[in-house]
Design a protein around this ligand. Structure first.
Ligand SMILES: [Zn+2]
Ligand SMILES: [Zn+2]
Length: 160
């Protein structure tokens, strides 16, 4: 009986794996990437892909060779920590550093991108953005405005 139950459990697990979409897979990866964040105000991870191939990843952390929030404390201006480079822009910069084109790519982020990161992603050639959880930001009205004028760009919440 024990063996049979574990076999059924294994089959269910296999079915669940099969049903897990690429979107779920990449969103799960953003959560994993975010664990490297060095600013505990928000752990954000970004994965940029094209045709399900990973092109770049990024998490929010300090400028290269600068102090990190979790060692030196936050640098707060207007209630935002400005010490860090946001995850999305770190992914874009990683692609730039490695000479990888992001043209017609798709970005996954575990948290809704801010307007500044949205602009960076779109200007780099990202055409689809998927995020997992909302992040209230008054400037994000500009994202909505932009999307109404540019129907080729998608901005979609998945998960929850
Ligand atoms: Zn910080
Ligand atoms: Zn941002």
């Amino acid at each position: 009986m024990k063996v049979k139950l574990s076999f059924i459990f294994l089959m269910i697990q296999k079915l669940q794996m099969k049903n897990r979409t690429w979107n779920n897979y990449f969103i799960e990866l953003t959560n994993h990437v975010s664990t490297r964040s060095t600013c505990d105000r928000k752990h954000v991870g970004c994965v940029i892909v094209r045709e399900n191939n990973i092109l770049a990843t990024g998490y929010n952390g300090s400028l290269t060779k600068d102090d990190h929030c979790d060692e030196a404390g936050h640098l707060i201006i207007d209630n935002h920590c400005i010490r860090t480079v946001h995850a999305e822009r770190n992914a874009v910069f990683q692609a730039a550093k490695n000479g990888v084109s992001l043209k017609d790519s798709t970005a996954y982020v575990n948290v809704e991108p801010c307007w500044e990161c949205f602009k960076s992603l779109i200007s780099s050639g990202v055409i689809n953005i998927y995020y997992e959880s909302d992040y209230p930001n008054s400037n994000n009205v500009y994202i909505k405005e932009y999307l109404t004028k540019n129907k080729n760009i998608t901005f979609t919440k998945i998960g929850d």
